[in-house]
Write a protein that binds this ligand. Structure first.
Ligand SMILES: NC(=O)c1ccc[n+]([C@@H]2O[C@H](COP(=O)([O-])OP(=O)(O)OC[C@H]3O[C@@H](n4cnc5c(N)ncnc54)[C@H](O)[C@@H]3O)[C@@H](O)[C@H]2O)c1
Length: 355
């Protein structure tokens, strides 16, 4: 059953069959079982993968993710640390909460790197969006599409904040699910003339064809102005010798302990930015360089501080900037909140469920 918010409200007030049953049960047992007199949880909209992508455009995701970083930096949004639950030897689960702008979110999401070999996606999961004033759930969303949109969006937000203004050429290293969304969001933000590289040539060719870019070698991709790495992070794809003055790197693939896409020496050679220090130091591109004593906290600036105007961004035109994205729940909240708005505005339909 798919319904817009307007239809859901009408069904509830005109005596939807299940709703009527629940409220008559409530009346019948009011005296003996006062707990049942509590209002039933209203019908809950559920957005599947395609509904999320239909609800939030890449341009909206970019704008909302940028705003989320600023609000979090200013202390207006809250985000406790991500909790990892290993599932060896297959992968891990992550529980990611955030609160802001009247809503609270929990994302229960995975990274199972061996899944593609079995024809399954690396990342799957569910998001619960709740009202921050009464705690009631308001929407369930597919986590995969929200993650893809917000991960792609941060690539564009970081490039706009940190790459030199006149740089536009783009290299994508790793053209799987999230590499594709990073490329789409960078293209939406005006980056182009891209080179897509992947050991699976068909993945690189498919993405390049979609965007009017070109498939190419790793060396060609890393030779662009804005280079976005989003591989499984099992082997470095960027070395110190690849760095050139004025380039900007988005390192998106290392989002958990033991993953890295650049050598520690390459990391240590850059002007460094991250989404959140604690997370980046625990399981991000910075982790190995920090553990080796090559990078210290004072050398790394959080993106939110740059976006809020509280810290400088690129040190100069010749610098090599590197942004370490580990993926934050505030990014998920930014996209999920926009999808919820779209449903409330009647722009998209949702499947309706009772809990
Ligand atoms: N930073 C974040 O917010 C964030 C969000 C989601 C996923 N991730 C991480 O990003 C990584 C990629 O996730 P995905 O869902 O896109 O996976 P995916 O399996 O869909 O894509 C990975 C791609 O990288 C390619 N690849 C592997 N080795 C490569 C190499 N040496 N050079 C170039 N390409 C190579 C693979 O062929 C594949 O196409 C994972 O580590 C995942 O955990 C990070």
């Amino acid at each position: 059953m798919k319904r817009s918010r307007a239809a859901a409200t009408a069904a509830a007030s005109s005596g939807d069959a299940l709703g009527a049953t629940i409220s008559s049960l409530g009346r019948r047992f009011t005296t003996a079982r006062p707990r049942l007199s509590w209002p039933a949880v209203p019908e809950l909209p559920v957005l599947d993968h395609d509904a999320v992508l239909g609800a939030v455009s890449p341009a909206e995701a970019i704008e909302r993710v940028r705003e989320a970083f600023v609000r979090y930096h200013r202390g207006e949004w809250a985000m406790p640390p991500k909790v990892y639950l290993d599932s060896p030897p297959h992968g891990d689960f992550r529980a990611m909460p955030a609160r802001g702008s009247g809503l609270a979110l929990l994302k229960w999401v995975t990274s199972f790197p061996g899944n593609p070999e079995r024809g399954r996606p690396t990342v799957t999961g569910v998001i619960c969006l709740s009202d921050a004033s009464d705690g009631e759930p308001r929407m369930l969303l597919d986590a995969r599409s929200v993650t893809a949109l917000r991960t792609g969006a941060v690539a564009a937000v970081a490039a706009q904040a940190l790459a030199p203004d006149d740089t536009r050429t783009t290299g994508i290293i790793g053209c799987g699910l999230h590499g594709a969304w990073a490329a789409r969001c960078l293209a939406t933000a005006g980056y182009g003339d891209g080179i897509c590289h992947d050991p699976r040539p068909e993945a690189a060719r498919r993405l390049a064809a979609e965007l009017g870019w070109r498939a190419g070698s790793r060396a060609e991709a890393v030779g662009r102005d804005v280079v976005c790495c989003i591989t499984p992070g099992t082997a470095p794809v960027v070395e110190a010798g690849d760095l050139r003055p004025g380039m900007h790197l988005n390192m998106l693939g290392a989002d958990g302990p033991g993953k890295a896409e650049a050598t520690p020496a390459a990391v240590a050679s850059c002007a460094l930015f991250c989404d959140e220090w604690e997370q980046a130091v625990h399981g991000g591109e910075l982790t190995a360089a920090v553990a080796a004593g090559l990078v210290t906290r004072d050398r790394v600036t959080e993106l939110g501080a740059v976006l809020a105007g509280a810290a400088p961004g690129r040190p100069g035109p010749e610098a090599v900037t590197m942004f370490d994205s580990t993926g934050l729940a505030i990014q998920d909240l930014a996209v999920a909140a926009r999808a919820y708005e779209a449903w409330r505005e009647g722009r998209i339909e949702a499947q309706m469920v009772h809990l």
